[in-house]
Design a binder for this molecule. Structure first.
Ligand code: URP
Ligand code: ZN
Ligand code: ZN
Ligand code: ZN
Length: 486
């Protein structure tokens, strides 16, 4: 039997067009797109859309954080992704303060060995020194072209403005993309202490300590620093109008600033923190917190207008027991929620089925835009000959009710519990291997490979050229031949 697989009878949906064609796969790659293709194994895509597999650029698997580790590891996390049509994730490598980036990178490579789907890492700048300055180039040489900066989590991951500026300038020099978690960590820390002193110890205090202002302020600040440094900027988990407005304004001025709403922020709101159940509210504690309806509308508008480009999850799941570390003090509730399995079905249901997004815009927001931003397009994020066969055969009629009972994540609850979704994978393929077959997850641990990402995407090249053209230059005056002052 031929080692060729053919996806037959579907409609190919990419970020820029939709058309009917079959897709042939061999050796993990798309080898042919056309009519009436044949091959050894045939997957029926009748009534389905054949789309690039999702890329979730923001996950934390087995993340050391707030005195514990997030519960899903690379195996359960990537299984969850595949179950929902996501074929690649990007995790964050986090050196502890004082630790070498290269040493942390080795640890991340070790723990990702059992991944079921392809993955990559962003490197976090968690402290600053000449060593880090030097290591950033080596990290780029190891296939990582993005560096994350936390402007929040004071006393832990947070970096100061001078460090941001130094690091952003270094990113410009080595062709890398800086990213920020934009919240004013000093203001959050003070607000937390004030709320605790006022007797607000429950999870509702989490949202109160991190209002949209702290996110809007930090987003503006990061944008200004990136502009001064001459680099593009990627703002993770953009959750509110104030941050979106800063990104919109920067883009209107010609700056390359990208914003990433999370599926949680698009559909869940701040009322979750007022739930009479402590567990329910604590399970929804993440940063930034869920917002009100006006902020949610702003995020949808951004996806429609193109001022926000990517929908991610920030998947960082903690068990009920872990969440209860903060039973007496909301600042000790581990921050994070799951979402990897649900991102695409929930976005399709709330985005495409409502007419907010076209199927092509859905593909752009879940896959193609981030592939371009991270410089892995068209290896990923494309249905093209020569691209990796990371594909999802999407059945727009398939429904389910989301439940922790049937999910792949190891945690005992789901923030989308009870929500009905319409639009699910019939098949998910990871480099040609069938990982989901009609609702059954048959992914293989260890199949996932590290995806290297080269530096200097086109935007970085254009920006450094522009910075050079517009660099400050001295006025050369000839004292021997100076005209008279008029
Ligand atoms: O609450 C969150 N978002 N937890 C994960 C870490 C981060 O800030 O992205
Ligand atoms: Zn964050
Ligand atoms: Zn509940
Ligand atoms: Zn995160």
């Amino acid at each position: 039997m031929s080692a060729r697989t053919v996806i037959k009878g579907g409609t190919i949906v990419t970020a820029d067009r939709s058309y009917d064609a079959d897709v042939a796969i061999e050796g993990g790659k798309i080898v042919e797109i056309g009519q009436n293709l044949s091959g050894g194994k045939v997957l029926d895509a009748e009534g389905c859309y054949v789309m690039p597999g999702g890329i979730d650029p923001h996950v934390h698997l087995e993340m050391p954080f707030m005195g514990t580790h997030s519960a899903d590891d690379f195996e359960s996390g990537t299984r969850a992704g595949l179950a929902g049509g996501t074929t690649m994730v990007v995790d964050f490598c986090l050196p502890s303060p004082g630790q070498s980036m290269l040493e942390a990178l080795e640890a991340w490579h070790a723990k990702s060995k059992r991944a079921c789907a392809d993955y990559s890492f962003h490197m976090a700048v968690t402290w600053w020194s000449e060593q880090i300055f030097d290591e950033m180039q080596m990290v780029v040489d190891h296939g990582i072209n993005s560096f994350k900066h936390f402007m929040a989590y004071k006393g832990a991951l947070m970096v100061e403005d001078d460090e941001l500026f130094d690091s952003f300038r270094r990113c410009a020099a080595i062709g890398a993309l800086p990213m920020v978690h934009a919240e004013n960590g000093d203001v959050v820390a003070t607000m937390q202490q004030k709320l605790l002193a006022d007797g607000i110890t429950g999870p509702e205090g989490h949202g109160m300590s991190r209002p949209p202002e702290v996110e809007g302020e930090a987003t503006n600040r990061a944008i200004m620093i990136a502009d001064m440094a001459g680099v593009p900027l990627y703002v993770v988990h953009t959750s509110c109008e104030q941050a979106h407005e800063a990104i919109r304004r920067a883009r209107q001025k010609g700056m390359r600033v990208y914003g990433e709403p999370l599926i949680q922020h698009l559909v869940l709101d701040e009322s979750e923190y007022r739930n009479p159940s402590w567990d329910h509210a604590a399970q929804r504690v993440m940063s930034p917190p869920f917002r009100d309806e006006a902020n949610q509308q702003s995020l949808w508008a951004g996806l429609q207008a193109g001022s926000l480009q990517v929908v991610a999850t920030d998947h960082c799941a903690f068990s009920i027991e872990q969440k209860r570390y903060g039973i007496e003090d909301f600042t000790k509730i581990p921050n994070g929620t799951g979402g990897l399995e649900d991102r695409m079905p929930v976005l399709w249901t709330e985005g495409v089925n409502t007419g907010r997004l076209t199927p092509n815009e859905f593909v752009a927001a879940t896959s193609t835009n981030i592939a371009k931003i991270l410089n892995i397009y068209p290896q990923k994020g494309a249905v093209l000959e020569g691209a990796d066969a990371d594909l999802v055969v999407w059945d727009p009629e398939k429904t389910k009710v989301i439940s922790a009972e049937t999910q792949q994540s190891v945690v005992e609850y789901n923030v989308f519990e009870g929500r009905e979704v319409k639009g699910l994978p019939r098949y998910t393929l990871s480099r040609g291997e069938i990982a989901v077959d009609n609702g059954t997850v048959c992914a293989t641990a260890g199949h996932g490979k590290f995806v290297t990402r080269a530096p200097y995407p086109e935007v970085n090249k254009a920006l450094s050229k522009w910075k050079e053209v517009t660099a400050p230059r001295k006025v050369v005056r000839d004292p021997e031949n100076m005209p008279a002052c008029v």
